[in-house]
Design a protein around this ligand. Structure first.
Ligand code: SF4
Length: 498
């Protein structure tokens, strides 16, 4: 039996991969002396299997059963994966956020009752926690970063100590901030059932010093150069994962890896002094890289194999509005500079937003045409429609566009249910048109665009090297059965293991 049972999932995308946030919370709980069983691929279990796991790990002494829903979406069908994999399944992903868990609501109600009958509390954390409290059985919702709240709850349930809530059920990140990013690490436990050489998420630092107008990433606009993991802690973690699991592939979870030249210099120093080589995929800002050109070499040397750039637009005015300040010529010049140095050793991926204020449709198609041209330095790209939602109650996941769309020339027309985004219009476009443009592009992209950057580590986990799959398209016939086999092995080990 365990003190805490933690359900997690990353079910909207292809392959196999873990959500770092859930395992970070498990690490904090274990460090505080609690026993934790993580249960991954939540959406893949049947109700009977889930009840069996609850019987196996939960008794009256269990402090709570937690659900980490940041990357839980409506369970995709096999048909959805190919487009999800190239980053072009526009509607399904945005719609998916309307669903709180990766199991349908009817199953959740049944499951919650089952857990309650054991006399155990239910806690839900993750990006969607606190948006809606429509599940009455949930005792507490952890809103924002859960590193401290998760431990506070376990300690309070054990000792009866009081803790602070808002509206009796919400624990806010602002009341329980995580102040120890310097020592942030995930300690993977044997009971997490990692596969040999599994590609893992890793955090070099949290948050981002910028505040691009469309961005809802957590902890943006923070002080530059803060919330970074100490290099001794990082190296120790990399060593431990290498020795215990043979891991060298990492999906870097930083919203922005090159926020300062010092960060890149220090990471390069820490990583290149390891006795083994890493393979990383990570997010960068193109404008910063073009100011600090020397970083090109360091990034390659530290093992980045896939560099991802959220360029969003080549339109000068639109770029200014979102806070990226590019001209088409400058952005292309910088991408060519990177390609010249990196050749095929570091693959370059980029994403663009369709429908930004001030950008006419003609300019978007011009960008698309350039992306698909023979000499384009990009190895992969995706286009998404601009989404405008409602500001969240605590301002933790709200973009500037969400907060004051009218300031940017965006007019809200009607609420799209169940997508939970606004149909909007600007002087140039509507959301519906932006969505259709993306769909038109998606038809072409699925034909030739390789697997999107975010998912490469997840496909590596199906039993490939990065080189094997870096330029491949999603192949459901080959990847699907491999994924299913992994899931079955994981389920078997969890049900029949100690
Ligand atoms: S888009 Fe990237 S650079 Fe801009 S605020 Fe978000 S994470 Fe930071």
């Amino acid at each position: 039996m365990k003190d805490v049972l933690l359900f997690t999932d990353v079910n909207g995308i292809a392959g196999w991969g873990r959500y770092g946030g859930s395992y970070k919370v498990a690490t904090e709980l274990r460090k505080a002396g609690f026993t934790v069983q993580t249960i991954d691929v939540f959406g893949e279990w049947t109700v009977d299997e889930l009840k069996l796991l609850i019987d196996k790990f939960v008794d009256k002494n269990t402090l709570y059963v937690g659900f980490s829903n940041s990357l839980m979406v409506k369970q995709p069908t096999d048909k959805d994966y190919p487009t999800a994999c190239v980053g072009t399944n526009i509607e399904p992903i945005s719609h998916a956020y309307a669903q709180m868990f990766s199991q349908p609501d009817s199953i959740m109600w049944d499951l919650f009752k089952y857990i309650k009958n054991k006399g155990t509390k239910i806690v839900v954390g993750g990006a969607k926690a606190g948006y809606s409290q429509s599940f009455e059985e949930v005792d507490y919702w952890v809103v924002g970063e859960g590193d401290v709240s998760a431990v506070t709850l376990a300690q309070s349930f054990k000792t009866g100590k009081e803790f602070k809530t808002v509206d009796t059920k919400l624990l806010l990140e602002t009341d329980y901030p995580y102040l120890d990013c310097e020592h942030s690490e995930i300690i993977w436990d044997k009971s997490d059932l990692l596969f040999p050489r599994e590609a893992l998420p890793i955090e070099f630092s949290r948050g981002c010093p910028f505040r691009c107008s469309f961005c809802r990433a957590p902890n943006i606009g923070r002080k530059r150069g803060t919330r970074s993991v100490r290099h001794e802690v990082l190296r120790e973690q990399l060593f431990r994962n290498y020795e215990n699991f043979g891991t060298v592939d990492y999906m870097v979870s930083d919203s922005l890896t090159n926020e300062t030249p010092e960060k890149i210099i220090n990471l390069h120093k820490a990583i290149t002094s390891l006795p083994f080589k890493l393979e990383l995929s990570a997010h960068f800002r193109l404008d910063l890289l073009s100011k600090n050109k020397f970083e090109r070499e360091l990034i390659e040397e530290m093992g980045v194999k896939v560099a991802f750039f959220g360029i969003e637009t080549f339109h000068t005015e639109a770029s200014k509005i979102i806070g990226k300040n590019f001209t088409r010529e400058k952005a292309i010049e910088n991408l060519n500079f990177l390609k010249e140095g990196w050749k095929n050793k570091v693959r370059i991926r980029a994403s663009f937003i369709v429908g930004l204020p001030a950008e006419p449709e003609k300019s978007i198609w011009e960008t698309f045409k350039w992306c698909t041209s023979k000499d384009c330095p990009l190895d992969g790209f995706s286009f998404y429609p601009l989404s405008v939602g409602d500001p969240d109650r605590f301002g933790l996941k709200t973009s500037l566009f969400d907060a004051s769309p009218e300031k940017f020339g965006i007019r809200k027309l009607r609420y799209r249910v169940p997508a939970k985004f606004w149909e909007w219009e600007t002087d140039q476009m509507t959301y519906s048109r932006a969505l259709n443009i993306c769909k038109e592009m998606a038809k072409e992209l699925t034909e030739h665009n390789p697997i999107s950057e975010t998912f490469l580590g997840r496909i590596v986990n199906l039993g490939y090297s990065l080189e094997d799959i870096i330029n491949r398209k999603y192949d459901s016939k080959e990847f699907g059965p491999r994924r299913r086999k992994l899931i079955e092995a994981y389920k078997h080990n969890l049900i029949h293991g100690e």
